[in-house]
Design a binder for this molecule. Structure first.
Ligand code: SAM
Length: 344
């Protein structure tokens, strides 16, 4: 008879559990803070970007992500800035996709503004990406240009078509913006649902100095939902994607609508995620100033022991939750970082 097999196996890694008992299984990686758009609520027009010399190489990003996967991350989202403007980003996607093949990673996905999708959609699908989020706040070309400061709507729509043509499921994310797209939400929803795409609405968050107060941008989604409920039959769905969105089924369109409500109702108690930036900083909460450096331990040694310890120390500092507020008295950023640095 053979001896017990289990002795021959290496022990399973300890899951990453924060001080509030939340298991961390979702990593969002901002592969660049640069973007080919300048959405006015995300960045200031004369944004200062991180010095290129501070960036991790794609190989280092791969090693960092792989260390998290070895420690129990099952879902990984590439974001930015605009992930598809980082030079050779597809080599990172391709190499991370090996973790899908081994089953270590359940999902590799991306959030993009869609401008480069015509070029990259087929390759993303070929790398095993099944779903992507595309950020699109309006279907009006003039408003799109105003929001993004110079973007072309047609390019994004063509990118979405290319993604769907490549077999990717597309979810549209739209930030609700006062006096800009709040009257267009029904139209956006009809378009998304009519094309078999989910739509998720997001409350604007007070992140980073953008040269104007947030009070003039912020629309509470509780208000948007109440308006929609006058016209549509909204039924709460229990399902979540493990993220902060809560979903409703819209009877009239047959589609799914999500609400991400960091201001009117936060869901920090079930937060399973951490974020790393392109310079190797880990932020364990989107809405707090907490930050730990992983670049130094990553570079200090070719094996991952120091890195793994640094990750554990960072997870041990994960705050209970954010406390974003936007009102007349709190019209300043809650955190200094822009969304483009942290990775939205
Ligand atoms: N460039 C990619 C994109 O456009 O999806 C990925 C990065 S972008 C920072 C990610 C998401 O964050 C976008 O949906 C964007 O609209 C959203 N976003 C940026 N700044 C925000 C803010 N202050 N509050 C809420 N959402 C924000």
């Amino acid at each position: 008879m053979n001896g017990p097999v289990s002795n021959a196996l290496s022990p399973l890694p300890q899951p990453m559990v924060d001080p509030f008992g939340r298991t961390i299984s979702y990593l969002r990686v901002s592969v660049t803070d640069r973007c080919d758009l300048r959405c006015f609520y995300c960045m200031s027009e004369d944004m200062t970007f991180l010095p290129k010399a501070d960036l991790l190489t794609l190989e280092e990003l791969d090693r960092l992500c792989s260390a998290f996967i070895a420690k129990g991350v099952r879902k990984l989202r590439l974001t930015g800035g605009e992930p598809l403007v980082r030079r050779n980003v597809m080599s990172l996607v391709r190499s991370l996709s090996r973790h899908l093949k081994t089953g270590a990673l359940r999902e590799l996905t991306m959030t993009t503004n869609g401008t480069q999708l015509s070029r990259f959609a087929a390759e993303l699908a070929d790398c095993g990406i099944r779903r992507i989020n595309v950020s699109l706040d309006t279907l009006d070309a003039t408003k799109f240009r105003a929001i993004t400061r110079w973007g072309e709507l047609d390019k994004v729509l063509a990118g979405i078509e290319a993604a769907r043509g490549a077999g990717l499921a597309v979810k549209i994310n739209a930030v609700a913006l006062k006096n800009l797209n709040e009257d267009e939400i029904t139209l956006l929803m009809a378009w998304a649902h009519g094309n078999g795409m989910m739509l998720t609405l997001i409350e604007v968050m007070p992140m980073g100095e953008i040269g104007e107060g947030r009070i003039d941008q912020y629309v509470p989604l509780s208000l948007v939902r109440a308006r929609l409920a006058k016209q549509f039959t909204l039924t709460d769905l229990d399902e979540t994607t493990g993220g902060p969105a809560r979903y409703v089924r819209v009877a009239e369109t047959g589609g799914t609508l999500g609400f991400i409500t960091p201001l009117t109702h936060n869901f920090c108690e079930s937060c399973n995620r951490v974020r790393i930036t392109c310079t190797g900083t880990i932020h364990t909460c989107l809405g707090q100033e907490d930050a730990s450096d992983l670049r130094k331990p990553l570079r200090a040694s070719p094996d991952d022991a120091l890195l793994s310890q640094a990750i554990d120390r960072a997870i041990a500092t994960k705050p209970k939750g954010h406390d974003f507020i936007i009102d007349r008295r709190h019209n300043r950023p809650s955190v200094r970082r822009h969304m483009s640095v942290t990775g939205g």
